[in-house]
Design a protein around this ligand. Sequence first.
Ligand SMILES: O=C(O)C1=C[C@@H](OP(=O)(O)O)[C@@H](O)[C@H](O)C1
Ligand SMILES: C=C(OP(=O)(O)O)C(=O)O
Length: 409
Amino acid sequence: MIQISRSNTNIKGDLQITGSKSESNRLLLLNQLFNHVLKLENISNSEDSQLMQKALSNPTDTIDIHHAGTAMRFLTAYYSIQEGRIITLTGSDRMRQRPIGVLVDALRNLGADISYIENEGYPPLKIVGKKISNSVITIPANVSSQYITALMLIGTQLENGLTITLEGKIISIPYIQMSIQLLSRIGVNAEMISQEIKVPYTPKIEKKTLQVESDWSSASYYYSLVALSPASQISISTYYKDSLQGDSALENIYKDNFGVTSFFENGKLTLKNNPEFIHKDTITLDLNYTPDIAQTIAATCVGLGLKCHLTGLETLKIKETDRLQALQNELTKFGAIVVITNDSLTIKGYNIFEETPVLATYNDHRMAMCMAPLAVKFPIQIENEMVVEKSYPTFWQNWQQLGFDIKHL
Ligand SMILES: O=C(O)C1=C[C@@H](OP(=O)(O)O)[C@@H](O)[C@H](O)C1
Ligand SMILES: C=C(OP(=O)(O)O)C(=O)O
């Protein structure tokens, strides 16, 4: 457990943030599918990307991808088409509670041989790799976009390509668009028209060097910190205004709601607080396109004592933890009156709270990181702080660089 505090809000800093784990895990898998012709720069040093890399070079028949959702979903599709390999694909206790039935059903309909080792619909899986010849599939799009990306990535290898029809509400759309754009960058002309995605069979791609942009979800913690710190200015690299990552919506969300201005110059993103900004009484946002920054935004509201009504959060229950329940539990420790439903979180007001809240992290990196900015307001304690490794292993070092006092208790 750590205690994190600081004595002033005059925060200045210049940090290098690791590559996007979403871009990295897609490109690592694509590189494997295309015989390593891609040279990948600024690959994420996150635990999830390391697990992906290790899995892809692991010749054994049992692969444990721990908490890494993208790795679990993308590798399920990948091993399904590895002819002659039989794999047990497993993960952490939490991964065994994160549903995968929608993807398994789709792959089975394409002809894959996958069975459940313990509970129907959940990892661990036994996957018998085989040649898949079907090329048309319909899949519900309202549970996780990762299932759709997983199918798109292997679609490049199917001899008739793959046409995916999306059923129902499409959630986390920017992650599907990221997959289309990355495929396009390596020369695969995938397209999405309305509820249909087409991925052409692509036997081979050209050699190419690709630079992974730094992780925008990780940038959210600096947006929050600057929002809470009147005299602050923080620069983070390497980010571009024109991003593949949906969480780059942070630029507008924090400008319009919290008075944080973003300046882009030569890959450096500088965040400045506007002390004249007049906050709304209640922040209202639909975060369906950006589920991974919901925790950050809720915590920013608490730091500023603002009410909020955040919607589009139906996927939060099946992430690293039930994030809606976890947020309610933890934000209440700051006096927030929090109401949650299946897909929303509302802060209705505040009670007085006791000093130095002790915050639980639920094996969820983002529960630790979203709370850290609140330490500019009051000292906080965070349990199991190393959960951050899942996406951002140097998080606490970076906060020390910014002048935060971090004591191990
Ligand atoms: O494709 C991806 O890289 C991701 C998609 C999103 O998941 P869902 O589609 O399950 O919302 C997001 O929350 C996750 O962190 C990464
Ligand atoms: C939901 C996340 O990751 P995953 O689903 O890949 O485990 C996340 O990083 O917030």
